[in-house]
Design a protein around this ligand. Sequence first.
Ligand code: PHE
Length: 331
Amino acid sequence: MEEFVNRIKNECQTLADLEKIRVEIFGKKGILSEGFAKLKYIPEDEKKEFAALLNKQRDELGALIETRKSELSELEVALKMKSEAVDVTLFNEPISTGALHPVMATMDRIIEYFMLQNFSLETGPLIEDDFHNFEALNLPKYHPARDMQDTFYLNDFRLLRTHTSPVQVRTMLANKPPIRMIAPGTVFRRDMDLTHTPMFHQVEGLIVEDGDKVSFANLKSMLEQFLKHMFGDVKVRFRPSFFPFTEPSAEVDISCIFCQQEGCRVCKHTGWLEVLGCGVVDPNVFKAVGYKNVSGYAFGLGVERFAMLLHRVPDLRSLFEGDLRLMEQFK
Ligand code: PHE
């Protein structure tokens, strides 16, 4: 008895220790159970006294254990609090996070829009050959329209693609109609001034259906919805234009988002901003990829142009200088 009292009060330092002692006393093979089991061998006249003693020990030890248990659990909580304490006054090194480049963020927005409209995402090589970049797009050798796109040539007659339109050709060669695709990517032209950089990004779109299912009207409503999604409540205008791979072709303008058509520097006082090129796919393109009895339309847009308009960046070149002061504003 003495021994147990001492162990409970002084020796045991954790709830687990205490539990061990409790089992030694109260467990099935504990000393109390053994004591009560012995009762039946005890002479009748001593039985009462012995039983009373056992009961007393049971009550006292039980109470002792309960008391120690609450002491120990308080102690354990206190220890835990101490070891897990957080010093909220500690100096915290600020974490510097990156941000998506505005051109990539804009590209993602455009891609997301078309993915939700069930367009597939296609890619092609940056180094192209004459066939995919020009010939198959109705731009035969020595055709003057090739001058529309100043080209970087490699020594082996290959070239850096001047637009994403070769991905149209590759996708049609590899698949049967119908086609419903976009092709985002990097393109290259020998050009450098306030509004041109030798490397920039385009998103191409192409829809091809069997028969004469699609028309310029479909193209028009599809692009109108897209441009309203990107720029909000703008007016959209289609202007006749020329691309060798589309006929008819159009350039698309939106009403100036900077001056509400009052006239400003960005729209050069015209009230309109040119945002993309498009048209009904020229039959010669379908011929080059072996498609018969189909109709389709295509469009191509410059992602930098969209990013500049959406984020009001005045000089295209600043998007490529990697100046952190500019980039930090896009977090
Ligand atoms: N490829 C054209 C360009 O880079 C854009 C375009 C694509 C126009 C598809 C019409 C159809 O200027």
